[in-house]
Ligand binder design. Structure first.
Ligand code: WAQ
Ligand code: MG
Ligand code: MG
Ligand code: MG
Length: 250
């Protein structure tokens, strides 16, 4: 068997997402056939033990991925910034977005959106100039999928950057790298997990910023910034469907 498998999990409480259940957790890996059972089990454990609550609906989906469809990308380089207050962290995020090519209006609109977002399950797409929302996905948003790190490369990368073995960082850098590869101007994100207050601005770099919210706050989300001329259908198709593996050279 050539190729790998995409294993995806989404979990909710109060029924399935499409039946009005509250989103608890999601995750995915690109793995070889031998590792399928192990990673499917990991994702189930995650759904059952999550800070957002216990899932009563778990969906696991497995798709075969042909090798010739895979794109490869080096991870964005990482930098970390600490702010004295949430307000200052928001200002830092706005400055970083401006550096990546987003207008001040759109940067502020992104912060305002995430600050208040409880409903969106994916990301919204925003015009990097006007700050207008461009997708028509409603609460579903756009969910980036089919990306993961090459396992040996991840282990090396962690040693080189002295990062802790954090699933959150692993997933966020893979996602942010794919979002940049897709032709975005930038990305703004912070978690909806109540205890996780670090977020980032993606673009040419992955700039971690903390704290973007107070501990206990269940709001969070993602904004992808694009130029208005971007062909949204191809852009969204790439984000949702094209397999991307993160690996590079040292
Ligand atoms: N595609 C698009 N949007 C997504 C996806 C996805 N695959 N997964 C989550 N989102 C959206 C969704 O609206 C969530 O509510 C929101 O993002 C936050 O998701 O320390 O953990 O998985 O460097 O809670 C960033 C910092 C952590 C990591 C982000 O986000 C670090 C995080 P979460
Ligand atoms: Mg997540
Ligand atoms: Mg959300
Ligand atoms: Mg979350």
């Amino acid at each position: 068997m050539t190729g790998i498998y995409s294993v995806r999990m989404r979990a909710a409480q109060g029924g399935a997402h499409e039946e009005g259940g509250r989103h608890i957790s999601g995750g995915e890996r690109l793995v070889t056939e031998e590792d399928l059972d192990k990673f499917a089990q990991n994702l189930i454990d995650r759904a059952l033990h999550h800070s957002r609550g216990t899932a009563d609906f778990i969906n696991i989906r497995i798709d075969h991925v042909p090798l010739e469809t895979i794109h490869y990308a080096a991870p964005l380089s990482i930098e970390c910034k600490e702010a004295e207050s949430i307000n200052k962290a928001h200002q830092m995020a706005i400055q970083q977005l401006i550096q990546e090519g987003v207008s001040e209006t759109a940067a502020k609109a992104g912060v305002h959106f995430i600050k208040n977002d409880v409903a969106t399950r994916g990301a919204i797409i925003m015009d990097a100039d006007s700050g207008e929302r461009l997708d028509h996905r409603g609460d579903r948003g756009v969910r980036v999928s089919h990306m993961d790190w090459d396992e040996p490369f991840w282990n090396q990368w962690q040693m080189r950057t002295k990062s802790k073995d954090s699933l959150k960082i692993r997933e966020a850098i893979a996602l942010a790298t794919k979002v940049t590869l897709a032709g975005s101007v930038a990305e703004l994100c912070w978690s909806d997990d109540p205890e996780y207050v670090t977020g980032y601005v993606g673009g040419r770099k992955y700039s971690r910023i903390s704290p973007l919210k107070r501990v206990g706050d269940p709001r969070g989300g993602r904004v992808f910034y694009v130029r208005k001329s971007t062909g949204l259908e191809d852009y969204i198709h790439f984000l949702e469907q094209t397999p991307v593996i993160i690996r590079g050279e040292f």
